[in-house]
Design a protein around this ligand. Structure first.
Ligand code: CAA
Length: 264
């Protein structure tokens, strides 16, 4: 078919309009090197350019790791200048995921460390398997997190918890990640994909326009004052009344029938 190939990635469509990206470098526990960061960036860009894409799920191949971090072997001999470029590449991917108009759900199926944890945190939300292990072990390697961990983790779990994770490098169980709302739900390893698909399907049945606007509002609002964020919400709320989806969604509700939303 027409799906392009991306190095170290498997792209599948478990259901119409729902995509699954599987990071496929199991021998290195799916560790992120530059090539893989670029592949991911291209894959997200391509999927988001398809008007039919309603939800993207991201997971790791094998039963051991989501992503065990940035590739330590590749980083070992980097100069500071090369490390800066490597960080920028990772940062660009995280931004690409956040600004991707379709929602992105991380299915964390094992080790989710360092750059892997940062990758999961840039997704819209995280579902985890019981064997998921989160953590930011960078300081044990003599470096800081480099793909946004110090920033996104502190915004997500607060200063004290982010300090604990990042300064100790502790491994955090799925249960403890759930308590801190890092992941929203835990599944058995065998049920994780199915659990993700149930949620993706619900999202895909809602208005694609409204879903995209809502995702953008949440991301943009987190970088704004409450007042500015609420102003933006008023503007997007008004804009949603110019869409076919609003006409259809409200008519369907009042006629007591399921809505038939446009594909875009
Ligand atoms: N980079 C490169 N290779 C990695 C890797 C990584 N982050 N994580 C695992 N691998 C490789 C191992 O080197 C090993 O390869 P070989 O078989 O060729 O020796 C293979 O994957 C399997 O790993 P292990 O044998 O170590 O498996 P384990 O079950 O004993 O341990 C683990 C699993 C606890 C995840 C351990 O592999 C580990 O600690 N990995 C590194 C985790 C880490 O420090 N990540 C942070 C990296 S720094 C970072 O991410 C910076 C940033 O923010 C941008």
């Amino acid at each position: 078919n027409m799906t392009p190939t991306f190095d170290h990635l498997l792209l599948t469509q478990p259901q119409d309009n729902i995509w699954l990206i599987t990071i496929d470098r199991p021998k290195a526990l799916n560790a992120l090197n530059s090539a893989l960061l670029m592949s991911l960036n291209q894959a997200f860009q391509w999927l988001d350019s398809l008007p039919s894409t309603k939800v993207i799920m991201l997971t790791g191949s094998g039963d051991k790791a989501f992503v065990a971090g940035a590739d330590v072997a590749a980083m070992q001999s980097m100069t500071a200048l090369e490390a800066r470029d490597f960080s920028s590449l990772g940062m660009a991917l995280m931004q690409q995921i956040e600004s991707c108009s379709a929602p992105v759900i991380a299915l964390v199926n094992g080790f989710c460390l360092g750059g892997g944890c940062e990758l999961a945190l840039s997704c819209d939300y995280i579902l985890a398997s019981e064997n998921a292990v989160f953590g930011q072990p960078e300081v044990s390697l003599g470096i800081t997190p480099g793909f946004g961990g110090t920033q996104r983790l502190a915004r997500s779990i607060g200063k004290g918890n982010a300090m604990h994770w990042i300064l100790t490098g502790d491994r955090i169980s799925a249960q403890n990640a759930l308590k801190l709302n890092v992941c929203n739900q835990i599944f058995s390893p065998a049920e994780l994909l199915k659990g993700g698909l149930v949620q993706a399907d619900k999202i895909a049945r809602n208005s694609p326009c409204a879903v995209r606007f809502a995702k953008q509002l949440i991301h943009q609002g987190l970088n704004m004052s409450l007042q500015d964020g609420c102003q933006l919400e008023t503007e997007r709320f008004a804009l949603s009344f110019t869409t076919q989806d609003q006409t259809e969604g409200m008519a369907a509700f009042l006629e007591r029938r399921p809505a038939r939303f446009s594909n875009q």
